[in-house]
Design a protein around this ligand. Structure first.
Ligand code: ADP
Ligand code: MG
Length: 210
């Protein structure tokens, strides 16, 4: 039996959801970036789809590591190195630990810290971190009070959506969009939207299992 039977399903669901939202995300990256964000992501997702059977045989730390390396080497752009960092840091945080929702939440928080360091950025700068940081904070709070899993997953989706929406009126300070200054206001950040789409797709697959 495969070790991570849900992983292929999750990768497929993420690829499907990114495809469904591709035009909207591209419009955002065209408005305040160079328009390549979805193409970058889809290159990575195609590589992950090709590896999904192999990845599903690995234990969690090795699976995150392999996915991270694939993302690093295929996605490109700022987001390739940032998402790659997130996955590789997840792997490091999970080595030698059992996998449960508490440990996953802690690992995710550590991985988001690694993204902050890699991007030299933080919340409020109109990036993917405006979704990743509040989601990590929410997960930590939710596991601390033993929130039931269905509620935790549904609320995670809400937090991701709120985080994405919060980037609309922000001034871009990091990445390519920062060159446009005030003109970035009024547009959601492309990386915040793709992060939200990915998190919501993963949560949907997990919710279906419950
Ligand atoms: P590029 O900007 O190199 O074309 P992408 O289009 O693939 O790369 O990704 C752009 C997204 O990456 C942005 O929308 C933003 O969310 C994220 N991003 C860019 N720079 C940073 C940074 N320093 N820290 C966090 N996220 C960043
Ligand atoms: Mg771009």
């Amino acid at each position: 039996m495969s070790f991570n039977p849900l992983l292929p399903k999750i990768i497929e669901a993420v690829a499907e959801s990114i495809a469904k939202n591709a035009d909207d995300i591209t419009l955002l990256d065209q408005a305040i970036g160079d328009g390549d964000h979805v193409t970058n992501l889809q290159r990575g997702l195609a590589a992950l789809l090709a590896q999904k059977a192999d990845i599903s045989q690995l234990e969690w730390p090795a699976a995150w590591q392999k996915m991270g390396m694939t993302i690093m080497t295929t996605v490109g752009g700022a987001s390739g190195s940032l998402f790659g960092t997130l996955f590789i840091a997840m792997s490091k945080a999970l080595v030698g630990r059992e996998s449960n929702v508490q440990i996953f939440s802690l690992a995710f928080t550590q991985a988001v810290e690694a993204v902050k360091q890699r991007g030299k950025s933080d919340v409020g700068e109109k990036t993917m971190l405006d979704v990743l940081v509040p989601v990590a904070q929410y997960l930590q709070e939710a596991v601390a009070v033993s929130t039931p899993l269905v509620q935790l997953l549904e609320q995670t989706q809400q937090v991701a959506l709120t985080g994405m929406e919060s980037t609309r009126e922000m001034l871009a300070i990091k990445g390519r969009a920062s060159f446009l200054g005030e003109r970035t206001k009024g547009h959601i950040d492309a990386g915040a939207m793709s992060s939200c789409v990915i998190i919501c797709a993963v949560a949907d697959v997990l919710l279906e299992q419950l």
